[in-house]
Design a protein around this ligand. Structure first.
Ligand SMILES: NC(=O)c1ccc[n+]([C@@H]2O[C@H](COP(=O)([O-])OP(=O)(O)OC[C@H]3O[C@@H](n4cnc5c(N)ncnc54)[C@H](O)[C@@H]3O)[C@@H](O)[C@H]2O)c1
Ligand SMILES: CC(C)[C@H](C(=O)O)[C@@H](O)C(=O)O
Ligand SMILES: [Mg+2]
Length: 363
């Protein structure tokens, strides 16, 4: 099995290198890795944020593990080439329309969250974010005379785009606690009114066992910090999902611990899917090059990769348990109030992994 690694920029290469060590350990070296350029690193080397070689390497692979893209070096708002274009382009090129962002805070990290511990009790939610449509991909441009320009970004969704992401959300809810929250801004936006109608129809017709509620995005932002345990699966459009998941990171104690899986259509073979896996955080320019970033979000993304694209559920669980145990034993990087380096944090996880892997083999 082949995994394409796209380390990207800033702390991306640091956290991807650590997740690769974990993947190697848990699979006993069974995976082949191909490294390729994306983002600012690709702009510097080739002039474009997503070189064709990178897309080809991803297409040859069973799954992709990505670090992060972007940074101050490429932030000029007048530049026609931007690192983030590479990320959007690879999501689109691989048809990765469903972005799963689980938020199940580790009990050991309750003290790292600014929320009261009682607010965090029972929180286990999954945000299913639409990833290849909406305002990110609509017509955009800046028009008019210098000094008097107008800019626009068009938000557009088709019925089919909404149907397929709602189905993913409802399937996930069915496999969990059966509750789906569709988040929109239907009191203002046409796209949201279509979204709401389609979600209602799809769930009623195909998922009678799933309960559906509609919540407006502004209210959802509030509920996420006042009563997050009320949510099971949240399905929402591209930009709302981006914003709400950074907010939800507060529940987990740090944005450095949250993983994500971006999936395309099932490939039929044991229902695994081509997928791209990445932490939800960015390139953290303030931490880059210092070896202090938290690798847990990327390591947990690697676990999702094992589960969803390689069909290695046992190995995925081994990694997730090793992370939980390392955190329960007090392993902490600086974002969680500790002093471990990126590598030491990974070593703490790998120490638990060895014990667990040996036990699993013995059974
Ligand atoms: N998927 C991606 O590649 C992705 C996601 C978000 C932002 N970005 C890009 O990253 C750059 C920086 O964006 P930003 O500063 O708004 O967001 P960011 O997520 O990079 O950083 C936000 C804050 O979280 C901290 N943080 C992030 N990851 C961490 C980790 N693993 N361990 C410890 N602390 C961590 C940072 O130090 C910073 O204080 C921008 O260019 C942005 O476009 C990329
Ligand atoms: C960097 C940016 C394009 C990206 C997004 O908005 O999708 C990021 O914020 C994310 O959450 O993956
Ligand atoms: Mg984001």
């Amino acid at each position: 099995m082949r995994v394409a690694l796209l380390p990207g920029d800033g702390i991306g290469p640091e956290v991807v290198a650590e997740a690769r060590r974990v993947l190697d350990a848990v699979t006993g070296g069974a995976l082949a890795f191909d490294e390729a350029l994306i983002g600012g690193a690709a702009i510097d080397a080739t002039g474009t944020a997503l070189p064709d070689d990178t897309t080809d390497a991803c297409r040859r692979a069973d799954a992709v593990l990505l670090g992060a893209v972007g940074g101050p070096k490429w932030d000029d708002p007048l530049s026609p080439v931007r690192p983030e274009q590479g990320l959007l382009a690879i999501r689109r090129a691989l048809g990765l329309f469903a972005n799963l962002r689980p938020v199940a805070p580790f009990p050991a990290l309750a003290d790292a969250s600014p929320l009261k511990p009682e607010r965090l009790a029972g929180v286990d939610l999954l945000v299913v974010r639409e990833l290849t449509g909406g305002i990110y991909f609509g017509v955009k441009g800046t028009y008019g005379q210098p000094g008097r320009e107008r800019a626009r970004d068009v938000c557009s969704y088709t019925t089919e785009e909404i149907e397929r992401i709602v189905r993913v959300g409802a399937e996930m809810a069915r496999a969990r606690r059966g509750r789906l929250t569709s988040v929109d801004k239907a009191n203002v936006l046409e796209t949201s009114r279509l979204w709401r109608r389609v979600a209602t129809r799809v769930v009623a017709a195909e998922f009678p066992d799933v309960s559906l509620e509609h919540v407006l995005v502004d209210a959802c932002a509030m509920h996420l910090v006042t009563n997050p345990a009320r949510f099971d699966v949240i399905v929402t459009e591209n930009m709302f999902g981006d914003i709400l998941t950074d907010e939800a990171a507060v529940l987990a104690g740090s944005i450095g611990v949250l993983p994500s899986a971006s999936l395309g259509a099932p490939n039929g073979v044991g229902q695994t899917r081509m997928g791209l896996y990445e932490p939800i955080h960015g390139s953290a320019p303030d931490l880059a090059g210092r070896g202090v970033a938290n690798p847990v979000g990327t390591i947990l993304s690697a676990a999702l990769l094992l589960r969803h694209s390689l069909g290695l559920e046992r190995e995925a669980r081994l990694v997730e348990r090793a992370v939980a145990e390392a955190l329960a034993d007090g392993a902490r990087t600086a974002d969680l109030g500790g002093s471990l380096s990126t590598r030491e944090m990974t070593d703490a996880v790998m120490g638990r992994l060895e014990v667990r892997t040996a036990a699993a083999v013995a059974v």
